[in-house]
Design a protein around this ligand. Structure first.
Ligand SMILES: *Cc1c(COP(=O)(O)O)cnc(C)c1O
Length: 467
């Protein structure tokens, strides 16, 4: 038995993997990774994989980045963790100052949690609690878009809409108001993203008009619905939404867990709409992909609604044990240093253009219905029928074939259903983009070549894996 097989065997005896039907691993390998360096992951037999999905959308400056490593090493010798209630420390203060400087004007406070989902819970609870403190407890519902994803905890699932994940748990979920997504994939022929997103706003306006008295907040994934298949829309929708939320007295929550930190071409997606939401939730790339942490930025107006004598019971009494962990803060500070020192947002423009040109030929592929891109996210949608954009039945698991081909060729390309996408670390080179495009083209050819017998397909994390 090779080293990979040995580790896989030990793994399968004790682990239960995320977002996985474990029975799949009777046929599909688990790939044990021994080390990472830059954009590469290396298994126990020395085979390397180019990490085209940034290890579930978190890694921005490569694995084992020397600058981030050093900052964490320095921090761990100083202070690994301290309770954040009643105590504080240098990295968390500096990080908060920097996030507030970096984000659009209007935020004044940063609240920390330990995962994206937990950050969403914080934003939802804070919004609800704000209205409660203002004597409007009837404002307790949330408006959300169809095809959205906001995490796995119960409230986060409630505001999400990926059926495979929410249907099973339906009876546990809060009752939310779902508005049709402005996603531009299914826009009518000849209609621009901007026109389509504007048109789709009518449904949101209507929902707000009808329900605003009972609604605390609208929550959106700005510009890109990630887990929903990298579906994209125009910033005008966010601008209209900000105006409407103000008009109707409803909070706006931006879940920038996936799209924050340069993914959409600007540091934060909301910059492209020129707006400031009431809550900005950040995670994933916040620590460069090193440690679990999320941050919720909010305004002084929200903060003041909680600020009072203890006995009024207005305080936000929410905590996660590892809130503001110093090591995670150190990783985040090092990550922000790299953004600044290497002028990353500007440099990414050339890489984004390269991703477009390297994949442009696929537009003519008979089973590719669309290649879409927002900044450093490029998605290629495979379909059964190009003219009508008829999707492949999910049971056929076409994306899995692309994934398997990628592994053979040394690329970690993990599709979302039939959507193949590049969401690479920003250290990717033009040559590596060419390599990825080549592997993706071959994979798409293989995946779309034949009819597939559904008998061989079992359910795999395909409708959505969170990356
Ligand atoms: C990944 C993700 C989450 C959940 O974050 P976790 O850290 O996995 O809990 C929430 N919203 C969006 C948009 C995400 O992509």
């Amino acid at each position: 038995m090779g080293l990979n097989a040995e580790w896989m065997q030990r793994d399968l005896e004790v682990l239960w993997h995320p977002c996985t039907q474990m029975k799949d691993h009777e046929r599909l390998p688990v790939i044990p990774i021994r080390r990472g360096e830059g954009i590469w992951l290396e298994d126990f037999e020395g085979k390397r994989y180019l990490d085209a999905v940034s290890s579930w959308w978190v890694n921005v400056f490569g694995h084992a980045n020397p600058r981030i490593n050093q900052r964490i090493k320095d921090q761990v010798d100083q202070l690994e963790h301290v309770i954040l209630a009643g105590f504080s420390h240098q990295p968390v203060i500096e990080l908060s100052e920097r996030l507030l400087r970096l984000a659009p004007a209007g935020f004044s406070r940063v609240f920390y949690a330990d995962s994206g989902s937990a950050g969403i819970e914080v934003a939802l609870k804070m919004s609800y609690h704000y209205w409660h403190n203002l004597g409007q407890p009837e404002k307790k519902r949330f408006i959300t878009l169809t095809n959205s994803y906001h995490g796995e905890t119960v409230a986060a699932m409630s505001v999400g809409d990926v059926a495979l994940f929410t249907e099973t748990y339906k009876s546990l979920l809060m009752d939310t108001i779902k508005v049709p997504t402005p996603d531009c994939y299914l826009r009518p022929e000849g209609v621009s993203w901007e026109e389509h997103s504007r048109t789709m706003f009518a449904a949101m306006e209507q929902a707000l008009e009808q329900h605003h008295q009972e609604v605390a907040a609208v929550i959106v994934e700005p510009l890109v619905q990630g887990a929903g298949g990298m579906r994209m829309y125009h910033p005008v929708y966010l601008k209209l939404l900000r105006e409407a939320c103000d008009r109707y007295g409803v909070h706006l929550i931006h879940d920038e867990i996936a799209v924050g930190f340069g993914r959409t071409g600007t540091m934060f997606a909301c910059e492209q709409a020129g707006i400031t939401p009431d809550f900005l939730v950040l995670s994933k790339a916040l620590t460069g992909g090193y440690l679990a942490m999320s941050a919720v930025l909010t305004t002084d107006k929200v903060y003041q609604a909680f600020y009072d004598d203890y006995a009024t019971l207005r305080a936000f009494l929410h905590s996660h044990t590892y809130t503001g962990n110093p090591l995670a803060c150190a990783a985040a500070l090092a990550t922000l240093d790299i953004f600044e020192q290497d002028n990353v947002i500007e440099a990414n423009k050339a890489l984004a253009a390269k991703m477009a040109s390297a994949t442009a030929h696929l537009a003519d592929h008979p089973h590719v219905s669309e290649i879409r891109q927002t900044g450093m996210i490029l998605a290629i949608e495979m379909v059964q029928d190009k003219a009508s954009k008829t999707a492949y039945p999910w049971q056929e698991r076409r994306g899995l074939k692309v994934f398997q081909h990628g592994l053979e060729r040394g690329a970690l390309l993990r599709p979302l259903g039939s959507v193949v996408y590049f969401l690479p670390p920003y250290i990717i080179t033009p040559e590596q983009i060419d390599f990825l495009a080549e592997v993706a083209s071959e994979g798409i050819d293989i995946a779309t070549r034949d009819s597939v017998s559904v008998a061989v397909s079992k359910r795999f994390p395909e409708h959505r894996d969170p990356g």
